[in-house]
Design a protein around this ligand. Sequence first.
Ligand SMILES: Cc1ncc(COP(=O)(O)O)c(C=O)c1O
Length: 389
Amino acid sequence: MPIPMSSPDITAAEIAAVNQVLQTSYLSIGPQIVAFEQAMAQYVGLPHAVGVNSGTSGLHLCCIAADARDGDLVITTPFSFIASANSILYERAIPVFVDVDPATGNIDPTLVAEAAADLKRGGAAAARWLPRRHGPIGALKAIMPVHAFGQPADMDPINAVAAEYGLRVIEDACEAIGSTYKGQMAGTLGDAAVFAFYPNKQMTTGEGGMIVTRPDDWAALFRSLRNQGRDVFDAWLNHTRLGYNYRLDELSAALGVAQLHRIEELIARRAQVAAWYHEQLADLELVERPQLSPHTTRMSWFVYVVRILPPADRNTVMQRLAAAGIPSRPYFTPIHLQPFYRDLFGYERGDFPVTEQLGERSLALPFSSVMQEEQVAEVAGCLRMALHA
Ligand SMILES: Cc1ncc(COP(=O)(O)O)c(C=O)c1O
């Protein structure tokens, strides 16, 4: 059996839950979304959870709530999955990238503070942080940290910057369900946060996402926006604002309820697989294993990403692994170097050197909660050969 890059962890309980929904007349807007939201709100310890059909759509709605629109600025990281920055572009706001901490790959809070101060000052100070090409500039509205690979960004100094300049904080917690920062759940550290449930995530709904937040008015806004701008979830004809169809269907929500029921087990299994990798890769000098910050009081592993150090070359290693039947991925590829971002904003190689170096060295290895110790050993063995071939 080939080792897959990732794999969902589905038991009879999940299959039964989805089957049960199929025997009802509620395939969307029914009791499962309500149950999933209640369970999620309770799990993270916040008053509101709003289910949406992807992490990306959740982030988009958070940008709307943060009032980030035409030309407004949102400070974020270029070392992420492209959806975090794209969600800012959907509202024609401008993602202002700052570089990341080389140890964790998370947004560097010192740079966030410098950028916010300069952007508020305006003029030449602000220009230093802006892309080479841009249209008219609005106001600095928000910060969007991303908890890369599941590890929480350093949120205290980021929240201090937000408080100083009156900015909203949107946590991209798409990869981080169940992680804690200084003992507090990822997703509870900003004004709103988004979890994502694509099948490679710690828990899955097929496609799906969840926004979590404290303020009642934000929760009401999210419920309206995801449902075509209706002012009440099931008031069919009254549309108060421009909305979207970002609803999470009942089959996905039922799957979500069953997976959330098992979340501690799923996170623990992934931690075990990460521990096997950590042990198996210990003596590989050209492999740097993931580093956890002391602030990460619990790591919920989304992916297991190593760095391939020179003189070894990551792409060559990846090709050799593929030839041995082991899938692996460069993860992340820097957002500012994606063709679309280069064209739109004029970014060039060299703009964010830490991100670029991580982008060149990072390699995600096969990882899931159903992975067995022998499979980890096989990947580690092939990696050893790929490095020394
Ligand atoms: C950091 C990050 N942000 C956003 C997303 C978007 O989530 P989705 O794929 O559910 O739209 C993902 C998921 O892949 C992600 O990893």
